[in-house]
Every structure is written in structure tokens, then in C-alpha cells.
Design a protein around this ligand. Structure first.
Ligand code: UD1
Length: 420
């Protein structure tokens, strides 16, 4: 197993190119299952979650090649509609194949994802919505077995909670359903917007894109073939590099970024004292004279993203005053707290709220990554800490960050990827 060894403190400076968004690429790749002709998708990040979905596609009988961030995929002759346990247990976003497979083939079997490091994360809302669209859902041997032999029918779906992959699954299912599907309380994340836009360019009529009320007019099982397109830039990767610069009092320019997708993140960085400049697809952060404490409450887009909560907690260790961070989406997304405390952070955790006192001179230590974004918080803290920080179990980082240590090294970090 590999680990990252970081010698700090360092100051990051320079330019970095942001990769395509993993969380946009996954549903868009799933949407190619709606199509019976080859599709080409570019700007896909080469990260473990993408490779996992490709492994699942291989098991379904897809033909594809993936090189230099470009995927050419042909789902015209699939041989299976089953997403097996070995794949789903490593990546719960595999659930994204449920909607498109069921809509196109009238049945599919997807292993139940079970719990994960950041909490229970049920899929009840995905299943309830598909039932409303006429599917029969049974749980058999740990699998969701979904059938709709005569196809799915349009329905009015009201999500009890805003769910990103739930909205994406139902949008894809609705694209091939018979008639009109209304989705109320839909997620508005940029990744959901791109999925709608690409489906629309392929001939699916969708109203309300970018709002929380979507209307999708289904094709009644006529295949929907995505036109060739590029995945949007990864706003979470971008936010992570902004925090890396901010925590080390460095200056950074991000290229291939969508500044408008980062408004909630850059607003908090400005509150902390950093200066931000942007144009259409670049964004520059100038360091704070002195980082100031801030308050964060995670929420759905366009609010502050839960996927940036851990990185901002690392940043709060260096900010002067009392920072308060409330996690409102996931019940157990504070696994990084005890690891940050190993580096010397002053964090008091009560319920879903963390209170931090800063700034603290962090001291390097061995720490353990627990989930994807928690791991990046440990790397950021390691950049600010004096001495050596070894971040273990970085397979979590590999799930979502393309060449993290290479990009940080280019920016001036003293970082090595080593074998245990
Ligand atoms: C997606 C993102 C993840 C991000 C999260 C929230 C992908 C691949 N992953 O995850 O990085 O952290 O959005 O922005 O895009 N819920 C239910 N029942 C359901 C579905 C969800 O109760 O059927 C709850 C969840 O437990 C959670 C909340 O709804 O409390 C939001 O979860 P959701 O938006 O579904 O997260 P994901 O789509 O899994």
C-alpha cells in the first residue's frame, strides 16, 4: 500500500490545471447506457472511481477504451444487467446504473451498497421514485432487483430530501420512460445540470434545468444517444487546491476551472482574508495577510458543499479566532477530526458541529485517511505542519484526485509517494 510523506511547512505557488469532475463523469458515463451507439466523452479524470465504473461496464458487456482522459464506449450489445457486490461495495455511486439499465432493458439487479465511512447513506429515495414510475422493486440476496417489463412511466416525484445521485438516477430513468416525469426538490448541483444538458442536446426535452423542479419528457424506450462532449471541471478538486494555497499562505492560479461553480467556496476564502480574482475559466487566489476564523454550514448546491468541509477544517486550524463548522448532510463526516488532533489541532466536537481555536502550529505525525475528502484535509494540514506528516491509506485519495502528489509537487510542496 502507498502512503504520502509530506515535509512542511511549505508555501505553494504557481499554476495547476484542474481535471474533469469525477462526480459529473460518473452519471454521464452511466447515461451512455441509454444509448445503443458508440459515444465519446473527454476530460474524464483518471481516478480509481472511474476505473471502478469501467470495471462494472466491462462486466455488463460494454466495449470501450479509455486513454488520455477520453472514453470511447459502445453499449449496443450488453450481456448483463447486474452490478455485482464486489464492485458496488468499493463505490456506492455504482447505484447510478440502476435508473438507465432499468429504463432501457426493463430489469436490472444492483447490489445494495450498505454503509460507508461517512454514515448510513440509504438509497430508499431512488427506489421509491422508481416504484412511482411503475417499477417493481424487491430485495433478494443483498441485491435490489428492479423490474418494469413494459417500461417505466412518467410520474410526479417529490423527493423528501435533496439527493444528488437520486436525482441523476431518476433523470436518466425518466429520459426513456413513457410520458412526462416531474421531479420536485431535485438537486441543482452543476453535475446534475450537465447531465440534463447532455441529455437535452441528444433530443430529450427537459424543462427547469438548474432549478429544483425538473420536467423530463421521456422517449418511450427509444435509445438516447449522447453527442460527444467534455466533462465539466472538478469544483471539489479546484476548491482543494485553493485551500492548499490558502493554508500555506501561497498564491495559486487554477486553469480549466468554472469559477461560478465555486462561489460558496471562494466567498468563504474571502471571509478568511484571501483575495480572489477570476475570469471565465481561470481563478487566482492571493494569500491572506493573516487568516481569519470563519463559520461554515454545509448544505446542498448552491450552498457550501459537504465535500469541502474537511479541507476547510484543516484551513481553520491556521485561522485566527474561533471557527465553527456544522455538517448538515452526513451524520458521520468528522472522521478527520481525530487525525487533525494528532497533528495538534484544537477541535471540540459536539453533535454535528466542530469548534476550532486557531491558529495552532501543527506538528507532523503519522495519520490515517478515512474517506476521500477527509484524506485531502490531512494532506493540507501536512503542508502547514512543521516536520514530516505521513498520510496512510491513500487509496481513498486515489478514488477522486488525479495525480494529487504530482500536482502539489509542481506547486512547490515537498511530497513523496512511498510504499509502506
Ligand atoms: C453525492 C456525491 C458526494 C456528495 C453528496 C452530497 C456523487 C457520486 N457523490 O453523493 O460526493 O458528498 O452528493 O453533496 O455525486 N439520502 C437518503 N436517501 C436516499 C438518498 C440520500 O436519505 O435515497 C440522504 C443521504 O443519506 C444524505 C443526503 O440524503 O444525508 C444527501 O445524499 P445524496 O445527495 O444522495 O448523496 P450522494 O448522491 O450519495
Amino acid at each position: 500500500m502507498d502512503y504520502l510523506s509530506i515535509t512542511g511547512p511549505s508555501r505553494l505557488n504557481g499554476e495547476v490545471t484542474i481535471s474533469g469532475a469525477k462526480n459529473a463523469a460518473l452519471p454521464l458515463m452511466a447515461a451512455t447506457l441509454l444509448c445503443d451507439r458508440p459515444v465519446t466523452v473527454s476530460n474524464i479524470p483518471d481516478v480509481a472511481d472511474i476505473r471502478t465504473l469501467l470495471k462494472l461496464f466491462g462486466k455488463l458487456g460494454s466495449r470501450f477504451d479509455f486513454e488520455n482522459g477520453t472514453l470511447r464506449i459502445d453499449n449496443s450489445a450488453l450481456s448483463s444487467t447486474t452490478a455485482t457486490y464486489d464492485i458496488v461495495k468499493t463505490m456506492r455511486a455504482s447505484i447510478l446504473v440502476l435508473g438507465p439499465l432499468l429504463a432501457r432493458f426493463g430489469r436490472c439487479e444492483v447490489s445494495l451498497p450498505g454503509g460507508c465511512a461517512i454514515g448510513q447513506r440509504p438509497i430508499d429515495l431512488h427506489l421509491k421514485a422508481l416504484e412511482q414510475m411503475g417499477a417493481t422493486i424487491e430485495i433478494k440476496n443483498g441485491y435490489v432487483v428492479a423490474t418494469a417489463p413494459d417500461g417505466l412511466k412518467g410520474a410526479r416525484i417529490i423527493f423528501d430530501k435533496i439527493t444528488v445521485t437520486g436525482s441523476e438516477n431518476i433523470i436518466m430513468a425518466a429520459a426513456l420512460a413513457k410520458g412526462k416525469t416531474e421531479i420536485i426538490n431535485a438537486a441543482r448541483e452543476p453535475e446534475v445540470v450537465q447531465l440534463c444538458e447532455e441529455l437535452q442536446k441528444s433530443g430529450v426535452e427537459i424543462e427547469g434545468i438548474g432549478t429544483d423542479e425538473l420536467t423530463v419528457y421521456g422517449t418511450d424506450r427509444q435509445p438516447v444517444c449522447l453527442r460527444d462532449f467534455a466533462v465539466i471541471p472538478d469544483r471539489i478538486e479546484a476548491g482543494t487546491y485553493l485551500c492548499a494555497a490558502a493554508i500555506t499562505y501561497g498564491s495559486i492560479t487554477l486553469k480549466n476551472v468554472r469559477p461560478d461553480h465555486l462561489d460558496a467556496v471562494t466567498a468563504k476564502l474571502q471571509e478568511a482574508g484571501c483575495r480572489i480574482e477570476s475570469d471565465t475559466n481561470t481563478l487566482t487566489l492571493h494569500p491572506a495577510a493573516r487568516l481569519r476564523a470563519f463559520e461554515i454550514s454545509t448544505t446542498e448546491y448552491p450552498g457550501f458543499p459537504t465535500d469541502m468541509q474537511a479541507q476547510f477544517m484543516a484551513l481553520a486550524t491556521q485561522a485566527e479566532g474561533v471557527s465553527i463548522i456544522e455538517e448538515r448532510l452526513f451524520e458521520n463526516r468528522f472522521m478527520h477530526v481525530s487525525e487533525l488532533q494528532r497533528l495538534g489541532a484544537s477541535i471540540h466536537l459536539k453533535g454535528n458541529t466542530a469548534t476550532l481555536h486557531g491558529p495552532i502550529q501543527l506538528l507532523g505525525a503519522d495519520v490515517m485517511a478515512t474517506d476521500l475528502r477527509a484524506s485531502s484535509a490531512l494532506v493540507l494540514a501536512g503542508l502547514a505542519a512543521s516536520g514530516v506528516t505521513n498520510v496512510h491509506r491513500i487509496y481513498h485519495l486515489d478514488r477522486g484526485y488525479e495525480n494529487l502528489h504530482g500536482k502539489l509537487a509542481t506547486l512547490g510542496a515537498k511530497i513523496e509517494r512511498l510504499k509502506e
